[in-house]
Design a binder for this molecule. Structure first.
Ligand SMILES: [Mg+2]
Length: 441
């Protein structure tokens, strides 16, 4: 939650930031553990189905044009021999922790950015290390000692953004150092959408004010950028491309979300769909308990297979932490809409659903006095989680969580590592295999 620079950019003369981005991470982990997959096009999928999303193609699959997010049947058209493997988040987290351990051997300032990315701030280590590209090569070799198939791209630059950009420029096994002298040369060969964080929407915003290339973005006036992005965000973009630091912060919880793809079996059963909603709400409850926060706002969204969707956002009068409360509020909204429009929402046409919570308040700030009844429940919840921490995740379970154990699979966002860490330690029950709730098939 530590943020070095909340609203203002910091100028850090001589800063040295290294960004490590694992290449095709999930697929590489699978190849590492199964020799037969090595050298073959692998697609890590969300679940077992020809329409499952491939969330991580291997380097070999990418060579056929397979991209993250394609459906398996689409991938098969490009690469008939693709081997689907169902995702195993526990495995990826275990490798993640091993990789972080290697990185921490070189530097204390390691910030995990996602399950397969980390920032190393070497600014205070300039007297220790003289040759950073050589150091990067050494780090790469250290990671390869965990497993030869774990490859990475490394970027070195004066700030986090440009170091990340360095990793994008060369994949796999990249090593790019961006300096004030060579930045413009790199930018000249890029489109706006090649910049991390500039997707279509931001690209359009920039085009509206006449900025069409990364170079134009770099040299645009901060005032113009503020106008394009509507405030401080525009200033941040100016800073990023001009060697100031605005991204060096540890994960702060502005929002937490949990999303799941709905399997064909779940689609067929309204009860399974409701259980999936419970799983998502429980997941967020667990994360809020860990972070000692309540939320004042929650949202729920459904995506249907025909690409339409439905969303709702709920503001709470009193901050909420209990997953079942959140579920109740969401179902109230769902039922109200269904009644009003005589149209069911939780139907077999669903592709995925997600819940998010935001506008957090510290649990210490929540006034218990008004809600004596809630207080006892909140304490119970804390006790429940501390027992799980000590004795394993399945030692205690709320009755409601046992309804349809099949859907209570690991609902962690794959890219997120926030929950893995509690201060410098990691949350051990996210790296334990959860035997009883694994799918039978
Ligand atoms: Mg990666």
């Amino acid at each position: 939650m530590k943020r070095f620079s909340q609203n203002t950019a910091s100028v850090r003369p001589g800063a040295v930031v290294m960004y490590v981005d694992m290449n095709s991470f999930f697929a590489s982990c699978e190849q590492q553990d199964d020799q037969w997959l090595q050298g073959r096009p692998v697609g890590v999928c969300t679940h077992e189905s020809p329409h499952a999303c491939v969330i991580a193609p291997s380097v070999e699959a990418k060579a056929f044009g397979v991209k993250t997010g394609m459906r398996l049947h689409e991938c098969r058209q490009l690469c008939p021999q693709i081997i689907p493997v169902v995702a195993n988040p526990v495995k990826y987290r275990q490798y993640h922790l091993q990789i972080m351990q290697v990185l921490r051997g070189y530097c204390d300032e390691v910030i995990p950015k996602s399950i397969d990315e980390a920032v190393l701030d070497f600014t205070s280590y300039r007297l220790v290390y003289k040759d950073f590209p050589a150091l990067a090569a050494q780090i790469r070799a250290g990671i390869a000692q965990i497993g030869a198939h774990l490859r990475c791209s490394i970027g070195i630059a004066p700030n986090v953004f440009l170091a990340k950009l360095g990793t994008e420029l060369q994949k796999p096994d990249g090593l790019i150092r961006i300096t004030p002298e060579n930045l413009d040369t790199y930018l000249a060969g890029m489109k706006l959408s090649d910049l991390p964080g500039i997707a279509r929407r931001n690209e359009r915003r920039l085009q509206l004010i006449g900025i069409r290339t990364p170079l134009e973005l770099r040299y645009a006036s901060p005032a113009l950028l503020r106008k394009a992005f509507g405030g401080i965000t525009g200033h941040y973009w100016h800073c990023r491309l001009n060697f100031m630091e605005v991204d060096m912060y540890k994960n702060d919880y502005r929002a937490m979300s949990a999303m799941r793809t709905v399997s064909p079996q779940q689609r067929a059963s309204p009860q399974a769909l409701e259980s999936l909603l419970i799983a998502l709400c429980s997941r967020l409850e667990q994360r809020m308990v860990k972070q000692e926060v309540f939320c004042r706002e929650a949202g729920f969204f459904i995506r249907y297979r025909d690409h339409t969707g439905w969303d709702t956002r709920i503001r709470f009068q009193q901050p909420v932490q209990d997953g079942m409360d959140i579920r109740d509020y969401i179902l109230q909204e769902v039922r109200a809409f269904e009644r009003q429009h005589a149209a069911p929402l939780l139907t077999g046409r669903m592709q995925s659903m997600g819940v998010y919570v935001q506008r957090f308040v510290s649990d210490k700030a929540v006034a218990y006095t008004l809600f004596d009844n809630n207080m006892r429940r909140d304490q119970l919840r804390r006790v429940l989680y501390s027992i799980r921490d000590r004795y394993g995740k399945n030692s205690v379970r709320k009755a409601v969580e046992t309804i349809v154990p099949d859907v209570l699979r690991d609902a962690i966002g794959f890219g997120s590592v926030k929950d893995l860490y509690e201060g410098e330690r990691f949350n051990k029950y996210l790296v334990e295999e959860d035997k009883t709730i694994r799918r039978q098939s």
